[in-house]
Design a binder for this molecule. Structure first.
Ligand SMILES: Cc1cc2nc3c(=O)[nH]c(=O)nc-3n(C[C@H](O)[C@H](O)[C@H](O)COP(=O)(O)OP(=O)(O)OC[C@H]3O[C@@H](n4cnc5c(N)ncnc54)[C@H](O)[C@@H]3O)c2cc1C
Length: 249
């Protein structure tokens, strides 16, 4: 590629620069998430935990330095959650959860520890135009339920850099970039949207489906372990298997 070739690579996340704003499908999953970190580890939090309630969920993740990351979401129409009084409202909303949640809520100290936001996603018909190209959330923001958005953004950067080195023109590179990245980004978006719906299903419906999914999964796991004892299923594989079942009416 000639030294004089110029390219505009735009990031900026979902709220940032959107080259193709007029073409986009920008969605809202009708879910809100409050995120926070406490400098403590409630008893029982040894790995990622997800507790589901009626139209809501509470997740806990051990993080470095003995801290814990908490993410709690609920279903509903758009609403604002001003900073003042946020902690009190948060404790009221999620006070019905058991397990390590009460200890987590008690360890929070002030409103500003809670980051509040709507769960949004965006699908664009194309990620590039001429020599301008989008990467990361600006191209394919997804609900965070698969925990993959950050990985997608980094993968985009690696692939784009590789193609810009090997392609003969910028136009060829951005064309090849979108062709290579789109299937993966769309798969993550689709799975994440299904998970976003599943996590806030009414409790009775969700529990019945989970029981059915768990039975099927356990049977598959039993056969797999019998046939290939050296293999092990990861949480991600479980999600991929269980999520389509959760989608069933
Ligand atoms: C609740 C929640 C939980 C998540 N959990 C996970 C997880 O566990 N794992 C995971 O991999 N991903 C997770 N994600 C997704 C992840 O945060 C994003 O996919 C990732 O940050 C996207 O990176 P990005 O660089 O494209 O955009 P961003 O991280 O949004 O960065 C864009 C930057 O551009 C700046 N900007 C905006 N407009 C302009 C402008 N006009 N000029 C200059 N700068 C501008 C912004 O201020 C921002 O700093 C989560 C997201 C949410 C909302």
């Amino acid at each position: 590629m000639a030294e004089a070739d110029r390219i505009l690579i735009a990031g900026g996340g979902i709220a940032g620069l959107c080259l193709a704003a007029a073409l986009d499908r920008h969605g809202f999953t009708a879910e809100f998430v409050e995120r926070s970190v406490i400098p403590a580890r409630p008893a029982g939090v040894t790995h990622l935990m997800l507790l589901t309630g009626d139209g809501c969920f509470f997740g806990l993740v051990p993080v470095g330095g003995g801290g814990t990351y908490g993410f709690a979401g609920l279903d509903g129409e758009r609403f604002a959650d001003p900073l003042e009084g946020r902690l009190e409202r948060f404790r009221r909303r999620f006070g019905g959860f058991g397990g390590p949640v009460p200890a987590y809520l008690a360890a929070l100290e002030h409103d500003a520890q809670l980051h509040f936001g709507a769960i949004e996603w965006m699908e664009l018909d194309r990620w590039h135009q001429g020599r301008a190209v989008l990467a990361g959330d600006a191209a394919h923001a997804t609900p965070p339920h698969m925990g993959e958005g950050g990985a997608l953004a980094m993968e985009d950067a690696v692939v784009l850099a590789e193609l810009l080195r090997s392609a003969s023109t910028v136009e060829d590179a951005v064309e090849a970039y979108e062709a290579r990245r789109r299937p993966r980004a769309e798969w993550v978006q689709q799975q994440s949207r299904i998970a976003a719906q599943a996590w806030v299903r009414p409790a009775a419906e969700r529990d019945a489906i989970l029981r059915e999914a768990a039975m099927e999964y356990l049977e598959e796991l039993r056969l797999m372990v019998q046939q290939h004892p050296e293999q092990w299923h990861t949480f991600g594989e479980f999600l991929v298997h269980a999520v389509p079942l959760l989608k069933k009416p």
